[in-house]
Write a protein that binds this ligand. Sequence first.
Ligand SMILES: O=C(O)CCC(=O)C(=O)O
Ligand SMILES: [Fe+2]
Length: 278
Amino acid sequence: MLVVDRNGSEQPVLGPDKLADSEIVRAHEEYARNGYFILRNIVSPERLADLHVALSQEFDRSSMSGTLFSGGGLVSGHLNCFPGAGARFAYDTLQQRGIIDLIGQLHPKVLRMPNVGCNFNLPGSHTQHYHIDRPFTRDFMIVNVAIVDTAIENGATELIPGTHKRFYKYTQFVLQQRHRDGVRVPINRGDVLIRSSNVWHRGMTNRTSVPRPMLAMTWEDGGSNDQDPFSAGGGRIRFLPNWFKPTPVGRLREQLFVRVPLAYSALRFARSLLDNEY
Ligand SMILES: O=C(O)CCC(=O)C(=O)O
Ligand SMILES: [Fe+2]
């Protein structure tokens, strides 16, 4: 794009700079070693602050009006949400900075626009079970953008570096005590955490009194099937279940997880013994 300057001559408008070559090299190295890396100060903190207000207001409105589902992550404290058209600027920035190209170099299935979501970690949430986000052979790229400063207190995600390199059944994960290598990953508003879905990780307890939202753009099977995933459903913010279905069986599972975590773990271990994929 060109603008006319004070002297009447046309000047190009400079967009945000692309990543430096050294940052790209570091990203490739860290991704190969750990399965994730962080880019600092990427997305506008002012615009993320506006998005934060919009998400908080919509959550308060929908929980007070009683239109939210029951169960579906509300008890364990981890919800999904669709951040709406007001989150598009974050994707635009990633594209302008060359970050979408970068993740396309790291994974062959970054082909279309991403699926657009956000992890909404409620006050008093329970620590999630360690997991990967999909079976190992169906991995995909995830870009998380911190909407608020995310520290230990409000539930910075825990990741286990290097666990993307091979398939672990849950039984192996437990018996090899892989959880001992977990590291918390604090990110500030505007920072970007890029990870493979194959890195073992878990959402953590939010010990503060306010929810912690975090954008999640994901490229399952190449990306979204929508032309414009940010304007789905009229581009309005929506809150969605996570992990547990908002059904009678789902609610029972969620209650078990929260009230008898040892039984939940034992069931998962037993299932892994019987099943080759888990
Ligand atoms: O909210 C987080 O920190 C991570 C949540 C997560 O891993 C999930 O819900 O699959
Ligand atoms: Fe996850």
